[in-house]
Design a protein around this ligand. Sequence first.
Ligand SMILES: [Zn+2]
Length: 473
Amino acid sequence: MSLISKDFRLNQPQSHQRGYLRIRWALLTIAFVGIGAVVANTDSASEKSKNIASSELPVFNPTSATPEVLAEEMARDSFSLSLPELQAQQKILDDANNLTPKQWREFKVKSGDNLARLFKRANIKPQQLDELMKSGKAVKTLRRIFPKDIIRVLSNDEGILQALRYDINHKSYLMVERTSGVLVAKTYNHTIETRETHASGIINSSLFLAAQDAGISQNVIMELASIFGWDIDFALDIRKGDNFTVLYEELYRNGEKISDGNILAAEFTNNNKTYRAVRYTNPQTNRSEYFTADGKSMRKAFLRTPVNFTRISSRFTVNRYHPILHKFRSHKGVDYAAKRGTPIYSAGDGKIIFKGKKGGYGKVMIVQHGTKYTTLYAHLKTYNRKLRVGSKVKQGQTIAYVGSSGLATGPHLHYEFRVNGTHRNPLTVKLPESNPVPKRYMADFELTTTPVFAQLNLVSRAQQVALVDTTNN
Ligand SMILES: [Zn+2]
């Protein structure tokens, strides 16, 4: 039974990872309060490993290779090498071909940069850019380059591009080479080896300190927080003695760790209640999600509309005329006209994080859902009196009543939806799905996840034993 999953979180677009950084920062700010000793243990050395992505590259055989093939192989195999190593290899090739040594040069993409500017810095003729962009489909990846990306070029004294290499992600890279006078672009895959590892920690002050002591990267701990974030509030619910165990992947290229992979399963005990989650990939859609042992989604659903409204009186827009302020302003929510006193429901399970007046918004309530989402309800007449900041709410629970407090022409609910702090259109935003494992895949789910849970148990129990030992010492 293989515990290896075939997709890589790393393949997601980089912009996604950047959004991630924002939550990470927010959570870290909350988390680094107080110091404490932590008991943790990690063990990756003994883990078995498997090769899951086979390389497209042919085996390098120096005795039978022609200089061209040799050059190609060396160029590709050396992609993950440092620049000096690359150049040393290039020199061997050039010497073998009686050529003047060519120099690969490395350019770092700067903020506001584009390929044209980069070519200028590299003294490559501007016309070469057109030729490059026509060198094949694979070259499209260069339309989305990011600051700090590395682009390596090989060009001659006349400013003619000979070759270009670009790391698309940890798994693949782009190689453009001039063959018979024409630039040809191709994407190649690196051999990525996935190893499984695990880590456990017990919390004395914060999850992040415990994770740090357990040697877990911020990416993994953020992933862990987002898996359990619907059930546990990592800023306020965490108690001393809470503990966790996580099974996750590490990705290796040429025997060197390049990053962490996916979390395969995890367990979190908060205030003596244990939550467990496992990653499962739907065989039909190939989408991976986290589920409880009985196949329920770890995520919770949202209501699209939090009020029974008579009409939508204003939509989400970046520029609209404000009827009271007589100014153009963006409207970062939706206005639902409804009778004064109409109940307003929480759009999803969550926790009240704000209740009070906010300028033109009048009486406002903000609910936090999981780690990524918040919803805001404004111009309220009154609040549900039982609710306070910190109260937990269920999806569909009445949290307030429609009014016209603040700057409002008539009774309506002004509703905002934020993802990672950014306003999104509540009418169209993609809401997290919370469907259970489809019935027809339950047998497959049990078959694939039972051994993962068994391993999680084993690691978790070993941690308990280690804890008792430490306490006795
Ligand atoms: Zn509004």
